[in-house]
Design a protein around this ligand. Structure first.
Ligand code: ACM
Ligand code: ZN
Length: 777
């Protein structure tokens, strides 16, 4: 079989085959996730038409259902639904798509899809594998080909997933989403070859699953009376919000998912994130309440009382009903974000610590170990029922439950550590997989969100095994993206956050890393997006935005701007702040800028104009001068380092874009070398204040000068009152002026705020200081 690469163009046009007079729309096997092996031959294509049959072995009801799915998928594209037909073993078919099992296929979820001029066969070791062959075939056919015959190139696809756990999560607690939408979400998982739906069913703001033994969980715990408006405000909407799934409804979801080879893993998050349950049963908290189904977002001190036997019984009772609803091998028992404060004060919890001999160790407090005690008890209960637990990476703090699988969310480090310890791991690092984070750095036109920045390229770049060794890599069973819904109130917004980042995740989960290529992926994505479009899904289109890269050059004292689009669309730009048009400068190569400019650029396609990319560049005496920092920014917020402070570019209201440097352990202390003795009389800087994200402004500045970079003379200093408004979000300008002096080296100290203020969720803890530019005039 001859291998041809990239021979096929996207087939939305009618194709006429000269030798065989076939007409129709062409299929393209370059789908998402990209199959591992596609080998095409040059025979005349198979022509799928109204008379094509979809055959399955008689008495195999799973393959019968797969055949019915395929017929429905083909109908969505073409308008006609091929008939399905049971056939006897060995029965030869013409003009048919034949689904069969083949025990010789090694991977349980693998498949082989073979196309000849006469027909198509899809075989798998299991029906699951055949299902993925069906998904590949459906995505190969153009999304919109109404009434057309489809020409399928001949050849063979051999495919299997890289990871056995391929998940998406949905939080239905912070906002409730109805049963029909959960099914739609599951359909999206199926289309992206995912096999696990992690259903986050309980949290502070709502308990969403019926538990018959504890009816108040849903009577009281599923309803909150009010929700905070915005972020860290003290305003409420006074609008009740609620909803829950009956056990019958949850079972309906389990069945619906199962038909699509998707396992539903329920999460009952314990012992923190339990305010909804505590509102219903206050006796299960350390203080006895009263508690409210939480109207706020965050982490709360009131958690389950682990010293109380009634609480432990409650947890086992809940789990006993949960496992009756959900047949999954794994049950997720949370374990994240459980403050220990109440346990420290609670006589019952302290008695439990004593009775169980839970002593503090070098790295863990007795209360950390109390949490582990709780997790391990529930793990033992579930293990005794034949189930395994998953917990968030906090379960590593203390004595990790012995058979636990760890879900790494605070970056990948927890998962890496767990794999090194021999635990199975699911990677959901927030830095790659939190789809509640913004997908663009330019957030002004985005629906209000929790913050953060995870563009689709970042998702695509994830390799869940990082640099673990071969033995440890085996413990990384897969990856998942999480969708927390504090600020996501509608199903349209859910779709916007997951599409198309889910497509990037699908290749992370399925495709071998050496086959991944972002640029090629975006071409495949353009075709997948036509399905999203056809199905009226509210997907995000940022991949078509203009990409800009501004690289400072301290030698030339300039910035070089590189522009690109995924489809190499024509780009036009201006430097004076005017709106670019086709009459403006056409971008052909990187542009070097050496003076203050208001840069604007746009890609202009036949279908319309892209969003304008703009950047104001401010040149002052410090711009692109060598700069040294006495103390480095925090590792997560170091980005390109010190140069960021003199790169002529200012940050917007998002701390995570790379335009701001974030400091937490030390003040900012920079020495800027102006290159020669220069008259100066003003130093200014900007700080991002985002109290909700634990970022405060500066409390003072100092300027000292030197001509030898050794002896410095202070020329000015200033105190700045510390921020007290716990909801503040702003960009603050700080300026200090002084009598003109001659200096070559300028030392600028920008002081942090000592601690987060009274009333803040992090009261008394360290605050970040985020700085972008240091200007000297
Ligand atoms: C989490 O995001 N708290 C798991
Ligand atoms: Zn207690």
């Amino acid at each position: 079989m001859k291998k041809l690469n990239h021979v096929l163009l996207a087939g939305t046009f009618a194709l006429a085959c000269a030798s065989c007079s076939q007409t129709g729309q062409e299929a393209n096997y370059q789908v998402i996730p990209l199959p591992q092996e596609i080998s095409l031959t040059q025979e005349s294509p198979f022509q799928l038409n109204k008379n094509t049959l979809i055959a399955y072995p008689e008495n195999n009801i799973l393959l019968q259902r797969n055949a019915e799915f395929l017929s429905e998928y083909i109908q969505q594209s073409t308008g006609y639904a091929p008939k399905t037909k049971a056939i006897a073993t060995g029965e030869q078919m013409k003009n048919a798509i034949v689904l069969e099992l083949n025990p010789e296929i090694a991977n349980k979820e693998g498949y082989v899809l073979t196309t000849t001029p006469e027909g198509i066969s899809i075989t798998g070791q299991t029906e699951n594998g055949v299902f993925y062959g069906v998904q590949t075939l459906r995505k190969s056919i153009p999304a919109e080909a109404k009434g057309a015959d489809i020409l399928l190139p001949t050849g063979e696809i051999k495919d299997e997933p890289r990871f056995s756990y391929r998940g998406m999560h949905l939080d239905v607690c912070r906002h409730f989403f109805p049963l029909e939408f959960v099914k739609k979400y599951i359909d999206l998982l199926a289309m992206h070859n995912m096999n696990t739906f992690h259903w986050h069913l309980t949290d502070d703001q709502g308990w969403r699953i019926e538990i018959k033994k504890y009816p108040k969980l849903t009577e009281i715990g599923s309803q909150r009376n009010r929700t905070m408006i915005g972020k860290n405000t003290s305003e409420y909407d006074n609008t009740p919000h609620g909803g829950f799934f009956t056990q019958e409804e949850a079972k309906e979801i389990v069945r619906y998912a199962q038909e699509r080879y998707i396992t539903v893993i329920p999460e009952v998050d314990l012992p923190g994130h339990m305010l909804a349950a505590l509102a219903a049963y206050p006796e299960m908290g350390c203080t006895g309440g009263p508690y409210e189904v939480c109207p706020l977002w965050g982490v709360f001190e009131d958690v389950l009382c682990i010293g109380n036997d009634q609480t432990m019984q409650f947890l086992e009772d809940v789990m006993a009903e949960i496992i009756e609803i959900f047949p999954s091998k794994y049950i997720h028992i949370g374990g994240d974000e459980a403050p220990r404060n109440r346990w420290k004060e609670c006589p019952k919890c302290q008695a439990r610590i004593k009775a169980e001999g839970l002593k503090a160790t070098q790295n863990h407090t007795a209360e950390d170990r109390l949490q582990s005690y709780c997790m391990t008890r529930i793990e033992k209960f579930l293990n005794s029922k034949g189930r395994l637990i998953i917990g968030w990476d906090e379960i590593l703090e203390g004595d990790i439950a012995p058979n636990a699988t760890v879900m790494s969310w605070r970056g990948a480090s927890g998962g890496i550590k767990a794999a090194q310890m021999g635990h199975d791991v699911i990677m959901t690092p927030n830095t790659y997989c939190y789809f509640d984070y913004y997908q663009t750095a330019d957030t002004k036109d985005e629906p209000f969100g929790i913050g953060g920045y995870v563009p689709i390229e970042k998702v695509y770049s994830l390799d869940p095994t990082f640099d673990l060794n071969e033995e440890q890599k085996k413990h990384i069973i897969g990856a998942q993206a999480n969708l927390w819904t504090e600020y996501i109130t509608t199903t349209e917004h859910v779709e916007y956050m997951v599409l198309p980042r889910m497509a990037a995740l699908a290749e992370v989960q399925w495709t071998q890393p050496e086959k991944k290529d972002f640029k090629e992926f975006t071409k495949r994505l353009a075709r997948l997006m036509k399905f999203y479009q056809r199905d009226d899904l509210n997907y995000a289109k940022h991949v078509y935005d203009l990409k800009t890269d501004f690289v400072p050059d301290t030698d030339k004292k300039a910035v070089t701007v590189t522009l690109s689009t995924i489809d190499d669309a024509p780009i036009y730009y201006t430097l004076d702040g005017t709106e670019p048009t086709t009459a403006s400068l056409r971008y052909t190569e990187p542009v070097t800028i050496t003076e203050t400019a208001d840069f604007q650029a746009v890609a202009i396609r036949p279908e319309g104009r892209s969003k304008i990319a703009n950047k104001k560049l401010f040149f002052n005496k410090a711009t692109y001068c060598p700069i040294e920092l006495a103390f480095q920014p925090s590792k997560q917020y170091k980005f390109k380092g010190a140069i960021t402070l003199v790169d002529g570019m200012k940050g917007n209201d998002s701390y995570a874009t790379g335009a701001w440097l974030g400091f937490i352990d030390n003040d900012v202390e920079a020495i800027i070398d102006l290159g020669q003795e220069t008259e100066i009389k003003r130093v200014a800087t900007n700080a991002l204040v985002d109290m909700g994200s634990w970022i405060m402004g500066s409390t003072g500045m100092k300027v000292a000068v030197s001509n030898d970079n050794n002896t410095f003379r202070e020329v000015a200093s200033k105190e700045i009152p510390a921020e007290t408004d716990i909801a503040k979000k702003s960009i603050e300008n700080y300026e200090i002026t002084f009598e003109p002096v001659q200096a070559r080296y300028v030392k600028v100290v920008i002081k942090r705020s000592p601690t987060l203020p009274k009333g803040h969720a992090g009261e008394g803890k360290a605050a970040f200081l985020f700085i972008d530019e240091i200007e000297i005039d």
